[in-house]
Design a protein around this ligand. Structure first.
Ligand code: ADP
Ligand code: MG
Length: 517
């Protein structure tokens, strides 16, 4: 069983070895992480990873990167050589590459996997992640939250109960999660973050600075630089390299069309201060949500994600939280490792039913006897319904608030609007708000469906109870009940943005027609 960290910019695959220790499997380039980049070539060949990333400066139009930002979006397709690929299909290619490389290195098939996703991923983004695995021909045992995975790999080393905050600044996303870890048990208390904020934005700051300086030095217009897609592709790579150099050194030099542009760490920190600050604001917000649940003291801040290597992150966090120990938690690998541990744990306890478990991996932190991990999760988005309220107006009203522990159930006591009503229109939304009433702009529509037929001859105002259930995987189901008659109705939750079975088959066909090099 393999754990896969399907990242916005880099992905990683791990397994639990014969000694019960989680280990990353290197790719064909002997690297533990693989860029989440896919490059298409004429004739059905694709490259994934480093080779694809290097194509950015020669054939940028056929290179697809940061696809994770498009997961769960219906209207996005990447077009290459006359074919459209959904985010699920592109992600499937990345998964296939990871699986293929790992199986070549280990000499065994990679089939059963746990894939991670950010805690803030909503229902349709999770569904898209699951389907990406299916398209890749993998058997997806579970979708696990990245910070939970990081906490699992960290938790293998703790003996006493702790409250930790996972600060994960990756390539395309920022995620902050407050988790209680104790022997064999992981409980998510609160989650937050910004899925449009990550190392890429730090690269962009360097890129912009480079272009501005270049234009000032040469008198060229910035439009002409931005329009040159090959130069921009090249600059994207160089900006990231320069950023990584600034982690080690005080200065870096970036070349653009033969010009050399120097940037100091100090200037870099200054240009990216607002971005860093916004991660602190999000962190404070998440802590405030945790405080509402009674969590106010922290034993540790764990740094996860490649971008936490930038010295500015540790400096700023130390300043903000002078009394809390801050530690790196294997920033690039802990998520994949945690997913592998979770996967083997799940499989062992699902199948063995008390039998002796082979290889004896340590399932419970610090314990010698294997015991199942107990993971308590929360939903990361509030769930709202459009309702006629007392002012006779339609409003979007939150029913289940974010950070509620799952599985959970909520009963909405509503009623029919008119006499002889035969059905109820149910519109469900996801949002990141903690308020009761939410503006439509802040909501993502999830479901728009008819609930019916209702029992006949109902008067206006007949009680209809709508029961929302969220299972331990964060999946939603809805039932309606007319209590006086005992009539019940189950509403299929058809996520608006999810691939249909037919589309899934089409994407499978497209992907299987490609050759990964
Ligand atoms: P994701 O999961 O979002 O893909 P990762 O956790 O793999 O992200 O982190 C990738 C990000 O970390 C990239 O933006 C990369 O440039 C950045 N990164 C990796 N190493 C360093 C470093 N030494 N210094 C600064 N940034 C780094
Ligand atoms: Mg990550």
């Amino acid at each position: 069983i393999f754990g896969i960290d399907l990242g916005t910019t880099y992905s990683c695959i791990a397994y639990v070895n014969e000694y019960g220790v989680a280990e990353v499997v290197n790719n064909q380039d002997s690297s533990p992480v693989t860029p989440s980049v896919v490059a298409f070539e004429d004739g059905g060949a694709v490259s994934v990873g480093n080779a694809a990333k290097e194509t950015l400066n020669s054939d940028p139009d056929n290179v697809c990167s940061t696809i994770k930002r498009q997961m769960g979006k219906r209207d996005y397709m990447f077009n290459a050589f006359g074919k459209d690929y959904s985010p699920e299909a592109i992600s499937a290619l990345i998964l296939q590459k990871l699986a293929k490389d790992a199986s070549e290195v280990l000499g065994e098939e990679v089939k059963d996997v746990v894939i991670t996703c950010p805690a803030y991923f909503g229902l349709d983004e999770r569904d898209a992640t699951q389907k990406a695995g299916e398209i890749a021909g993998l058997n997806v045992l579970g979708i696990l939250n990245e910070p939970t995975a990081a906490a699992i790999s960290y938790g293998m080393q703790v003996e006493n109960p702790q409250t930790i905050m996972v600060y994960d600044l990756g390539g395309g996303t920022f995620d902050v999660t407050i988790i209680k870890v104790e022997s064999g048990k992981i409980q998510v208390v609160a989650t937050g973050g910004d899925h449009m904020m990550g190392g890429k934005d730090w690269d962009d700051a360097i890129r912009e600075y480079t272009i501005n300086t270049y234009c000032a030095q040469t008198g060229e217009s910035s439009d002409s630089v931005y329009d040159d897609s090959e130069a921009m592709g090249d600059l994207e790579l160089r900006a990231e390299t320069a950023k990584k150099q600034l982690t080690q050194k005080e200065k870096a030099i970036i070349k653009l069309n033969g010009e050399k542009i120097e940037i100091s760490r100090e200037l870099f920190d200054e240009k990216t201060r607002d971005q860093l600050e916004s991660t602190i604001t999000k962190t404070r917000e998440t802590m405030a949500n945790a405080a509402k649940k009674g969590v106010t003291a922290y034993d540790k801040i764990l740094l996860v994600g490649g971008s936490t290597r930038m010295p500015q992150v540790m400096e700023r966090l130390k300043q903000e939280f002078p009394n809390t120990p801050i530690e790196f938690c294997d920033p690039d690998h802990s998520v994949a490792k945690g997913a592998a541990i979770y996967g083997i744990n799940m499989a062992a306890f699902n199948q063995s039913e008390g039998e002796e478990i082979k290889n004896n991996p340590i399932f419970k932190f610090g314990a010698t006897q294997p015991e199942p991990l107990h993971i308590i999760n929360v939903i990361s988005q509030s769930i709202a319904v459009r309702l006629y309220c007392q002012d006779d107006q339609l409003h979007i009203v939150n029913q289940i608030y974010k950070d509620t522990e799952i599985p959970c159930q909520y009963e909405l006591n509503a009623g029919t609007q008119v006499a002889n009503q035969t059905s109820v229109n149910i519109e469900i939304f996801e949002n990141a708000s903690n308020d009761e009433y939410v503006e439509e702009e802040l909501c993502k529509p999830l479901v728009d469906g008819e609930l019916g037929p209702l029992p006949e001859n109902l008067p206006a105002g007949a009680p209809i109870d709508v029961i929302f259930k969220i299972d331990e995987n964060g999946l939603l189901s809805i039932d309606a009940e007319h209590k006086p008659s005992g009539a019940t109705k189950h509403l299929e939750v058809n996520l608006q943005n999810a691939l249909t079975q037919k589309e899934l088959e089409e994407e499978k066909k497209k992907v299987s027609g490609l050759r990964i090099q």
